[in-house]
Design a protein around this ligand. Structure first.
Ligand SMILES: [Zn+2]
Ligand SMILES: [Zn+2]
Length: 267
């Protein structure tokens, strides 16, 4: 994206009581989905990458679905389903080979023991191989696009806050980041000189949001008209976005390594 355009887009996004990084990432993701559906169905490399990543994550699958273009989506999904079918066929065949012979020790049990003895340890089972076939080392392609944009826009917030008076003033008046992006700000730019002030601004914005939520709680306690009610509900929706970012934002940081211990498939 052109640096001049990015500056103006980011400054414009500061008009709302919401994370400007989220607003720009959403636009960027929408554009990339449109391009992918318009041109990707004829691009073997892109389809290959999509299959290798085992398709989109749940949130982005539904987002892409909303973008329509059924014939383009059919190309992607057919390639993915064919891969799943191949793995399932392989697994079904493997299971058939392990059918218990007449009497004696079940063959698969025997094989398992033999493998364990020969390899000096547990060989990965066919079941494990099949389960692994659902996962990938590659990320959801839309998640990858979103993350690259998040990095760029969070950095731009710091750059413009430090380098541009007009941007700085606007951010002081309206700037706030969602939790995923304030986290990224600290993770990637904690040493930048402006971060202390950015975090002070964040603190006062959190106070404002907390106060808005208190108001909604109070309103729920006393009956209010539909019109009044909807004016207040906005504060609650803003709180959702403040907590998890725009739909599809990566919030896996919420789970510590200990919480993921029981997982057999990479999230
Ligand atoms: Zn955000
Ligand atoms: Zn995704």
């Amino acid at each position: 994206m052109d640096k001049y355009i990015l500056y103006h887009d980011l400054k414009d996004a500061l008009q709302h009581e919401a994370c400007p990084v989220c607003a720009l990432v959403e636009q960027r993701v929408d554009r990339s989905i449109k391009v992918m559906l318009r041109e990707g169905a004829a691009d073997g490399q892109l389809i290959g990458a999509y299959v290798k990543a085992r398709g989109f994550c749940n949130a982005h699958a539904y987002r892409v679905k909303e973008a329509g273009e059924p014939s383009a989506q059919a190309v992607f999904y057919r390639a993915l389903l064919e891969t799943h079918k191949q793995h399932l066929e392989r697994y079904v065949q493997a299971r058939k080979r392990h059918v218990e012979p007449q009497g004696g020790m079940p063959l698969h049990r025997f094989r398992h023991l033999l493998r364990a003895t020969v390899a000096g340890g547990e060989a990965p089972s066919d079941t494990h191989a099949y389960l692994s076939s659902f996962g990938s080392e590659e990320r959801c392609p839309v998640c990858a696009t979103a993350e690259a944009s998040e990095r760029r826009y969070v950095e731009a917030v710091v750059d413009y806050f430090e380098g541009d008076e007009e941007f700085r003033e606007r951010y002081r008046n309206r700037g706030v980041l969602c939790s995923p992006h304030v986290r990224r700000l600290v993770a990637e730019h904690a040493d930048r000189p402006s971060v202390a002030e950015l975090l002070d601004i964040q603190l006062s914005r959190l106070d404002e949001h907390i106060e808005q939520l208190r108001d909604i709680e109070r309103k729920a306690a006393v009956r209010c008209s539909e019109e009044e009610g909807s004016a207040y509900r906005g504060g609650w929706i803003r709180a959702v976005r403040l907590d998890v970012g725009a739909p599809g934002t990566d919030t896996r940081y919420k789970q510590s390594a200990a919480a993921l211990k029981g997982w057999t498939v990479k999230p």
